[in-house]
Design a protein around this ligand. Sequence first.
Ligand code: TYD
Length: 199
Amino acid sequence: MNKKGTFICIEGLDGSGKTTQAKLLTQKLRKSHKAVYTAEPSQGKIGTFIRRSYLYGEQRLSSIIEALLFAADRIEHVEAEVLPALNQEKLVISDRYLYSSLAYQGAAGLSLEWIEKINEHALRPDLAILIDVDPKTAIHRLKPNKSVMENMETQQKVRKIYLKFVEKGSLTRINGDQPKNEVSQELYAVVMKFLNASR
Ligand code: TYD
């Protein structure tokens, strides 16, 4: 069955404020567009495994295994949460999606082509947005040791890949280095423009 709703994903560094912004956006569009919030790693079996067993634990798996797990979680997320909501004509707002794998697992040294390949069965979002912040801002906002992927060098590599996709036109950039309300207004404006244009 063809999907009827709209699928938007919000991307950004850890500490970029994307979770706050994705939730605010969902609130604003809840009534008018039946918006629902969702996130990756998902609440499913694989997402739960990712969160519990290594992301915040001490033992890292190889980056290849991590990439495969994130890709598998994505398929579970789409099948269990995203598609059912889209089929009810909802607006699905995902906090992280495909570009997180490209940026983070790419920053870990894997080729973007291979990451694309293992994600080829993942539904493409209708709109993908990057809340872009300077890695210094992001790190400053984080509590110490929130997860294992948050050091400066990694953040810089991750941001560079995100910005590559902005240049290519697949991610729409929003300046996240502004007060929360301004980021929120800019995000809302970008999304409304997209929704009005695709009606
Ligand atoms: P995050 O959004 O920070 O989750 P939470 O707010 O619940 O802590 O995501 C957790 C980490 O997972 C983050 O450092 C980025 C990483 N990640 C990847 O490396 N690849 C992916 O495909 C996804 C979805 C996340």
